[in-house]
Structure formats: C-alpha cells, structure tokens
Design a protein around this ligand. Structure first.
Ligand code: PMP
Length: 384
C-alpha cells in the first residue's frame, strides 16, 4: 500500500504544502508516525491540544456525549453548551454572552459583526496580526502576503504597528467600531507588546466608545498560565474570541461579549449549524475542568520558565532571546534559520514550527512534563 504522503499528493490536498510527517497515533505529548517513529509534540496542533493527545478526560467526555446526545439544532438547547458558556463567563469573572462557532476565524467574524451593530464601521487592527482566513477575518489580519491576493476585503480597516500605543491613539476616533488585537501575536512569531499596552488600548477604547476585542484564539485557555492572557494585565476587554485549545482537539470557537457588546447581538443576528454542538462543548468542558482540577495553570508557568531559562542558558550565539509567556514561546534567532532548525529537531524527535524565518515557536500541550522540556533543551543544544 502506498504511504499516506503519496496518497495525499494524489488527492491534491496541497493548500498546506507537502506534509512533514504522516501521523497515526497520539498519546499525551507523544505522536507516532506511519513508520513507527515517535516525536514529542512541542507544537500541540499549534496551541490546540491543550491536554495533549487522547487525554482520558476528553475521550471519556466525548464518548459519553456521542452516546447520550449528539448534534441538535440551535432551535433546541442541551446541557454541554449551556454549561460551557457558564464556565467561560465564570473564568472571565464577568457577566456576558457567548456565541459558539467552529473555528477561530469564525469567532472573529462574529466579533466583527457585533462591532457593526454599534453603528460604526471603522476598525483598527495591527500589522502582523493574524485573525483567520475567511474574508472578514482576513481583512483584520495584518499580513499582506496572506491578504493581498484576495482584495478587496470587507470593512474599513486601518492597520497600525503592534505595541505602539501612540499609533493606536492616532488611528482610533469616535467613529471607530472596534480595535482588534492579539494579546501576544502568535503567527507573527510570538511578539509580546510592551507592558501597559493592553491597558492603554483599553483606555483609548473607553474614551472613544470603541469596542476592545482581544483575539485570544492562541493565547487563551491556559496557554500562557492564565485562563485568558489579558487577565495578566488586569484589564476588561469588551469581547474576547477563543478557539484552538478550547476544544482540546475538537473544532470549537467562541465569541464572548461583555457589557454593552453583549447586548448588540439579538435573536437572528448570527448563527451557524454546528456552533455549540454538544460534542465539541463536552470536550471543552473536559478541557477546562481538567486544567482547573490538575492545577495546570501553575504547571504551565513553571514549565514555561524552565524552557525559557534552559534555552537562554544555552548561551548559543545563534539565539537572540526567548519571548512569550507560559507555554507560548518564540525562540528568536540571529539568522533566518528557524525552518532548518525545526527540521533538524524533527529528525531528533521533537515537533516545533517556524512561524517566521527567524523564530521557532513552542506551543506544547499544557501537560508536557518537565522531563520532556529538559529533553527538548538538550536536543536543541545538539541540533544547534
Ligand atoms: N486568531 C489567532 C490569533 C490565530 O492564531 C488563529 C489560527 N492560527 C486564528 C485566529 C484562526 O483560527 P482558525 O484557524 O481556527 O480559523
């Protein structure tokens, strides 16, 4: 029988380029390919597999839910989406409303639509920001190579430099519907804004009556050692968007709106068939309950610091610095060698990726062990 990669090329699934591995099994933070080679997963499906692969809590919750009640129309209600919405609001510590979607892009589309109901149309987003590949989310995305072939894109979007408060201040007026930002830019190479940036954005929005939308698709659900990364700055956005880690591997997104923003969608404003389906929501409940029950937020902070110090401690001339928070880390290189090092790490049995030519991203499952972190540091040293 031909290999999975050969069958892939015949089936023409070419939108992501040639696959780097053909995987057949995952357990914890370890993946196995079709030749039996094992890898420690330091990418986690890009910040998706919060509990790693085949976590017993997710397996049990999804199995039980499929057996009890699968998809039902949004005309009806079931326990898992209600419980998950309640839990997300409890984690945020504020009253609000939750719209479930199937992806991060769709969660941002929902936020974009909510912003239009303010009666304003202008939007401010950031250069380098990534919000998804659907047309609206792409309009918000500040990466020309991804967006330019598809212009004209919806909306009146001004992009400003990320981390530059004065630029934000100049771009936002009392006609601006929303500012949309990632608390840490993931796809742009784990770019961390200066301290006070989110608080400054909050202040600008409050002054101008603009909604502050934080795209926590990559940073949310414990990734940085907080339920939502903005909580580390103690600010209150009007909307947060979530996806990735929320489903622990099942497709789900959420647009969570607070205060005035929560009142803008009314019945009929928005919808999607599978949004809030009981199976994905059961997975989301298992993910959040396990993170809470096993104290994983503290674990994330500890292992994140271990990785950061360990990698910086290598004092290798090619490594400029390590940036990020918790288990979302970017190893910044002096040369555009990230893809080459990621390939060498793969050979050594560790999966990472290179979101930028000079940045290696680590976004392992939150359950990654201190031993696995040490092994990655050792492997990186020998690869370098
Ligand atoms: N926002 C951010 C910050 C992301 O990192 C991503 C995915 N990389 C998205 C939105 C889009 O999510 P999805 O791929 O689920 O549409």
């Amino acid at each position: 029988m031909s290999s999975l990669t050969e069958r892939w090329s015949v089936a023409g699934m070419n939108n992501y380029g040639t696959p780097q591995a053909a995987l057949v099994r995952g357990e914890g933070a370890v993946l196995t390919d079709e030749n039996g080679k094992q890898y420690v997963d330091f990418l986690g499906g890009i910040a998706v597999n919060a509990l790693g692969h085949a976590h017993p809590a997710v397996v049990a919750a999804v199995t039980q839910q499929v057996q009890q009640l699968g998809h039902v129309s949004n005309f009806y209600v079931a326990e898992p989406p209600v419980a998950l919405a309640e839990l997300l609001l409890a984690l945020a510590g504020r009253a609000g409303r939750v719209v479930f979607t199937n992806s991060g892009a769709e969660a941002n589309e929902a936020a974009f639509k909510i912003s239009r109901l303010t009666g304003r149309t202008h939007v401010v987003a950031t250069h380098g920001g990534f919000h998804g590949r659907t047309m609206g989310a792409l309009a918000l995305t500040g990466q020309p190579a991804k967006a330019d072939p598809f212009r004209p894109l919806p909306g009146e979007v001004t992009h400003v430099d990320f981390g530059d408060l004065a630029a934000l201040q100049n771009a936002v007026t009392d006609k601006t519907a929303m500012i949309i930002l990632e608390p840490i830019q993931g796809e742009n190479g784990v770019v961390v804004p200066p301290p006070g940036y989110l608080a400054g954005a909050r202040e600008i929005c409050t002054k101008t009556g603009t909604l502050l939308v934080l795209d926590e698709v990559q940073t949310g659900i414990g990734r940085t050692g907080h339920w939502f990364h903005h909580q580390s700055e103690g600010i209150e956005p009007d909307i947060i968007t979530l996806a990735k880690g929320l489903g622990g591997g099942l497709p789900i997104g959420a647009c969570v709106a607070f205060g005035r923003a929560a009142e803008l969608f009314t019945p009929g404003s928005h919808g999607t068939t599978f949004g809030g389906n009981p199976i994905s929501c059961a997975a989301g409940l298992a993910v959040i309950r396990t993170i809470a029950g096993e104290g994983l937020l503290d674990h994330v902070k500890r292992v994140g610091e271990q990785l950061r110090h360990g990698i910086e401690g290598l004092q290798h001339p090619l490594i400029k610095n390590v940036r990020g928070a918790g288990l979302l880390l970017g190893i910044v290189l002096d040369e555009p060698e990230a893809a080459r090092i990621a390939a060498a790490l793969k050979e050594a049995g560790f999966l990472v990726n290179a979101p930028q030519p000079d940045v290696i991203r680590l976004a392992p499952p939150l359950i990654v062990s201190t031993e696995q972190a040490d092994a990655l540091i050792t492997a990186l040293e020998s690869v370098l």
